[in-house]
Design a protein around this ligand. Structure first.
Ligand code: BMA
Length: 785
């Protein structure tokens, strides 16, 4: 039997004659941090102090003992970041230049000192740029010239921390006769029967030995002969239970085990979990343009999505538990689709395992983002190799439903002036429209592929045309009021979002000692977006008097604005199902403490937007759209009920009222017109729509024109709970639990109370409940002073 032994012991990191203890898997920055050589780049201005690390060479070393008892010994690296030279006992084993691949070296009969020398990613990128010529990109850093996580070079939410290291596990594999080199499970459902076809490839140490494979899934067993280097087994599981996205059904997973045999003796085993489901992407033309709708097991899905970025700028630090926690947060917010964005990585098995188990659909970008990428060697061969490897690695996962060629590169070519600057040079089109779809079709024809995000489906339409395919809606954040989301109904909104600072406790940790202000040095350093603070300010000024010199108020209001902006988009677009078939919020998470579009900040704390998502992505949603209330029902059963409409004044008077019946079919939207006499007139009035415990509010005027009463409310506390009872209208009440204790968390975000109403906010991690402390952590809308 093949024996795999992890190689985690005895590693050191050598730099200019110094040797430090090293953690493998890991990276240079985390080793230097552990050894006290560098400050934490996430804190204060630390990022700047460590910029030198990315420009140096680093060598990892350990001892490799001789191995015996087997015909062949391989040294296997699951991931090397990025440009490395590997030697054993002084002898060169190979050179690497791709973080997104694994590497295997035959070290049979060898032993001694193993060294992995990394040269600076900058040196490689700059050399390739010199050779192939300059290409345009959205950032000044040279990330498009080598196959390394693009955002390690910095992004509009990320620090520039160009690391190096053995970032994924490394091991020794010893084997005889043959081993399993590759298994491609093609999973389908045919008339209720689950079908798995396993295409197997082997590597042989002995050319002539007769080999067979035996596979088992769901109690069904089959055998096949291996002819030279490959073979195939087909298994049929009658009455297979279907795997569903969360909210649509369960997520049964079936273990597949495939054993390679020589004369009935097992040589190697491959084990993965699969799920039986079908997936299609419906891109048919219709009277609105060209659709973009995921269809899983025949069910058309409005995708309630979030964009995912690497959860740490040093991805080797992300544990299985952390993936589960972060994806668990997404699931708990009602999310059913996660897009792995192209400036990051092909994630680890832990990521997709968690998605398989919780029913989160995964849309996976190939790692290309916001730049023109050369298509010549040495890049072309690397791109093909990494695509082949990762398509096969990830294909067992039922959660993976879509491959996407790139992030914003087709758009950039057409719209950002690249076309002219390129003057005929290659820029990646051959990958997105040629190589990558060929690789997916050849290796995994069970999954759809789309060339880019955004992409209209062909050059006939502008790549970001909202009427065709996927759309990124960035004009709103960059230039417009978020009310402008309501002027379009794109077919699928793959990116849109609004910034807000992280939680207060996150800022306190990251910027210890700084007197916080919107433009204090640390705040500015932890804001990477172009004119980010200017956009936050203009966004605030459209609704509020700018809270000059009041950081806490600025912090609260910017977080409110973020939640309201995203709500404006999702409420509008969901209410236009099925014309619009998905919203993917930019972005779920952060990779360090920063002001960004994220719903969950760099320390894992949930912003008010996060809690708002739970309302926005629930099966049932009420929203006021112009002169109608849209009743959005994504559940599998009809939703019929009574809508109570109230026209109210901010002092709490009910100026008019009506009860109207509605019936929203299964996965359908119903519209209830608002009677003319209930339309709020002027800044003093608003509309309240209630049905089955859900509520939609409509304030027609910006806050600064609304004559809010001075908010009055009573606060009581009990272990695990803060209860607020309103005596006046209290709009957008927020308990910032992290101000009570850094470990404290609230189970809700913004809530608006009418006079006499009460809310109980669950709070964990706060051991010493105290009403005065609770009161000081409560924020809400106040009258203009
Ligand atoms: C899109 C994304 C990212 C970026 C975000 C916010 O362009 O694809 O590149 O971080 O918008 O600007």
């Amino acid at each position: 039997m093949l024996q795999a032994t992890p190689l985690t012991e005895g590693w050191i990191l050598r730099h200019e004659g110094e040797a430090l203890p090293a953690v493998v898997p890991g990276c240079v920055h985390t080793d230097l941090l552990a050894a006290g050589v560098i400050p934490d780049p996430f804190l204060g201005l630390g990022e700047r102090e460590v910029a030198w690390v990315g420009r140096r060479e680093w060598t990892y070393e350990t001892d490799l003992a001789p191995s015996d008892g087997h015909e062949q010994t391989d040294l296997v690296f699951d991931g090397l970041d990025t440009v490395a030279e590997i030697r054993l006992d002084g002898q060169l084993l190979g050179r690497t230049r791709n973080m997104h691949r694994s590497y295997r070296f035959d070290v049979t009969g060898m032993a001694g000192r193993l060294s992995v020398r990394f040269v600076s990613a900058y040196a490689e990128a700059e050399a390739v740029r010199g050779q192939l010529g300059e290409r345009p990109g959205a950032y000044a850093e040279p990330y498009q010239y080598l196959r390394k996580m693009a955002c390690s070079f910095g992004w509009d939410w990320g620090p520039t921390l160009v690391t190096a290291g053995i970032w994924r596990p490394v091991r020794i594999e010893r084997w005889s006769t043959a081993r399993i080199a590759r298994v491609r499970p093609l999973v389908s459902v045919e008339q209720g029967v689950g079908v798995v076809e396993l295409a197997v490839e082997v590597e042989r140490a002995r050319v002539e030995a007769p080999l067979t494979v035996e596979a088992v899934v769901g109690g069904v067993r089959a055998r096949a002969a291996i002819d030279k280097a490959s073979g195939a087994v087909r298994l049929e599981v009658p009455e297979a239970r279907l795997w569903w996205p969360r909210g649509y059904g369960e997520q049964p997973l079936y273990e597949v085990e495939l054993t390679l045999l020589h004369e009935d003796g097992p040589l190697d085993v491959w084990r993965r979990r699969i799920g039986f489901r079908t997936v299609e992407l419906d891109r048919s033309a219709d009277e609105h343009g060209t659709g973009f709708c995921l269809v899983v097991n025949g069910e058309r899905i409005f995708a309630r999505g979030v964009n995912w970025i690497p959860d740490d700028v040093f991805p080797s630090r992300i544990t299985r538990e952390r993936y589960r926690e972060r994806l668990g947060q997404a699931a708990a917010a009602g999310v059913d689709l996660v897009r792995v964005w192209g400036g990051g990585i092909y994630e680890s098995e832990d990521f997709y395992d968690a998605c398989d188990e919780s029913g989160l659909l995964v849309w996976q970008d190939f790692p290309f983002a916001c730049a023109a990428y050369p298509e010549e060697q040495p890049l072309r061969g690397e791109v093909e190799a990494e695509a082949r490897e990762n398509v096969v690695r990830l294909m067992p996962h039922p959660s993976l439903v879509l491959w996407n060629g790139n992030n914003e590169n087709l758009w950039g070519f057409r719209d950002w002036g690249w076309e002219g600057r390129l003057a005929g040079d290659s820029w990646g089109e051959g990958y997105y429209l040629g190589l990558l779809p060929r690789v997916v079709a050849e290796l995994d024809p069970t999954r759809p592929y789309t060339a880019g995000s955004p992409w209209s489906g062909s050059w006939e339409h502008h790549p970001n045309d909202p009427a065709h395919g996927t759309h990124h809606s960035w004009e709103v954040w960059n230039r417009l009021d978020y009310a402008a989301y309501r002027s379009e109904v794109p077919r699928f909104v793959a990116e849109f979002g609004w910034q807000a600072p992280p939680a207060h406790a996150t800022l306190r940790r990251a910027l210890a000692g700084e007197e916080l202000a919107a433009d204090s040095p640390g705040m500015l350093h932890h804001q990477k977006a172009e004119d980010g603070n200017g956009k936050l300010r203009r966004g605030l000024e459209r609704y509020f008097a700018f809270p000059e010199g009041d950081f806490d108020r600025w912090h609260y209001l910017t977080q409110v604005n973020q939640a309201r902006a995203v709500a404006a988009g999702i409420e509008h677009w969901r209410s236009h199902w099925p014309v619009c078939a998905g919203t993917v919020v930019w972005q779920l998470n952060d990779c360090w403490p920063v002001t960004s579009w994220a719903a969950v900040d760099g320390d894992g704390r949930e912003k008010p937007l996060y809690h708002e998502l739970r309302r926005l992505y629930a099966d049932r949603l009420l929203t006021v759209r112009g002169r109608v209330v849209a009743v959005v029902n994504q559940a599998g059963e009809e939703w019929a009920g009574v809508l109570r409409l109230r026209r109210m004044s901010v002092e709490g008077a009910v100026l008019g009222e009506a009860e109207l019946g509605f019936r929203a079919g299964r996965r359908a939207v119903a519209e209830v017109p608002v009677p003319d006499e209930l339309e709020p007139a002027g800044p003093k009035e608003f509309l309240v729509a209630d049905a089955d415990g859900l509520r939609a509010l409509h304030f027609p005027s910006p806050d600064r024109e609304i004559p809010y009463p001075r908010p009055e409310f009573d606060v009581t506390v009990a272990p695990g709970a803060v209860t607020v009872t309103a005596r006046t209208l209290v709009r957008d009440l927020l308990l910032q639990a992290d101000r009570l204790h850094p470990a404290a968390r609230a189970d809700r975000g913004l809530v608006t109370l009418l006079p006499g109403e009460r809310v109980t906010i669950g709070v964990t991690g706060w051991e010493t409940p105290d009403p005065d402390a609770a009161r000081s952590a409560l924020y809400c809308m106040e009258p203009a002073s």
